[in-house]
Design a protein around this ligand. Structure first.
Ligand code: UDP
Length: 329
């Protein structure tokens, strides 16, 4: 019998790639999104398929889906520091009220639910690399607090439903992930740098650029999430690529990749911008037999091709605004 899966945040970057994957695996996919940060462009190719439906709905209000459901993936949430600034209350609500609604839905449908958590639950980590046993170092009232605390609450309520109601739950802690369909103007470093290179602008490095990140290509991330959903492990699992790089070196890689001759300009480091981030993925290796396969070189080439294919109009429209001043104390 065909399995039915609800994917929230379906029109977003990760959500849309997950829709593609589950459609390909033969599931009946119900995408849901309120399109605040998502775009129908990311899923318009799915509308003609029989095994895809779409609901334009805000999951912070009661969620109704007719018929049976076998799985729920909760991926609705703003996910960049710029978005948290613009829509902080929605960010808090989708992680808390939205998660509560979806757990309730999972309970009545007797569905397994996987929720998208984040490396942000580790905050500005004092332990390096971060494994799942680290409790984190989060500023509750900083600009990132609306996201970080919503996601921490989301993990708590999910475990409570698991323990109290016996719900089948899965928690993925997603580390920086990139690929086609990232929003050009979401302020994240990859679309920011590539957009700047394509428009012939200098690349804005925040701080001294010595902060690190570890970037995972979207196909690897989706594979990890797919395996976790089908596993029997209920505790949080890190999914990310441990290949760590400083933002300054990364900017230089992008200049090489794009063949432009931009230089780097330095701006102030936003408040609570984590100084280092690298996933420890031993747990995922062990229980999911998963590890990333796509190198940064290969993944960035594909990502660059995607951004190059956007129209000039889209590129200019989404000029990278310097929001950093808003996220500095
Ligand atoms: N960053 C930067 N220039 C930009 C945008 C971001 O130097 O134009 C830095 C940012 O300060 C952070 C890193 O790149 O240290 C990754 O930022 P992003 O917003 O992509 O993700 P997050 O901080 O949530 O990991």
């Amino acid at each position: 019998m065909q399995k039915r899966i609800l994917i929230t945040g379906a029109a977003g970057f990760l959500g849309s790639h997950l829709c593609d994957r589950f459609v390909k695996e033969g599931f009946q996919v119900i995408g849901m999104d309120n399109l605040i940060t998502g775009s129908l462009k990311n899923i318009e190719h799915l509308f003609k398929l029989e095994n895809f439906e779409f609901y334009n709905h805000d999951v912070t209000t009661f969620v109704h889906v007719p018929g049976k459901l076998d799985y729920i993936l909760h991926f609705a949430s703003p996910a960049s520091p710029i978005d948290y600034l613009k829509i902080p209350i929605q960010t808090l609500k989708v992680g808390s009220l939205g998660t509560h609604n979806l757990l309730g839905l999972a309970k009545v449908k007797e569905a397994r639910i996987l929720i998208a958590s984040t490396s942000e639950v580790y905050g500005d980590p004092l332990v390096h690399p971060q494994d799942e046993s680290y409790y984190g170092n989060v500023n509750t009232i900083g600009p990132r607090g609306v996201y970080d605390e919503a996601k921490r609450f989301q993990e708590s309520i999910t475990m409570a439903y698991h323990r109290f109601h016996g719900l089948e739950t899965r928690i993925v802690r997603i580390f920086n992930t990139y690929g086609p369909r990232m929003r050009l103007n979401d302020g994240r470093v990859i679309p920011a740098f590539i957009g700047q290179a394509l428009r012939g602008e200098d690349l804005t490095v925040f701080g001294d650029g010595l902060q690190t990140r570890s970037f995972c290509y979207v196909d690897d991330q989706v594979e990890g999430i797919y395996r976790l959903l089908l596993s029997d492990y209920s505790y949080p699992v890190n999914i990310g690529n441990p290949d760590e790089i400083t933002i300054k070196d990364f900017a230089e890689e992008i200049i090489k990749l794009t063949g432009t001759n931009q230089t780097l300009v330095y701006k102030e480091l936003p408040t609570d911008d984590p100084l280092q981030r690298q996933p420890d993925i031993e747990l995922a290796r062990k229980i999911l037999n998963w590890e990333p396969k796509v190198s940064r070189e290969e993944g960035m080439k594909k990502t660059y091709e995607y951004f190059k294919s956007l129209s000039q109009e889209e590129l200019t429209k989404s000029e990278h605004k310097d929001f950093s001043k808003h996220i500095i104390k």
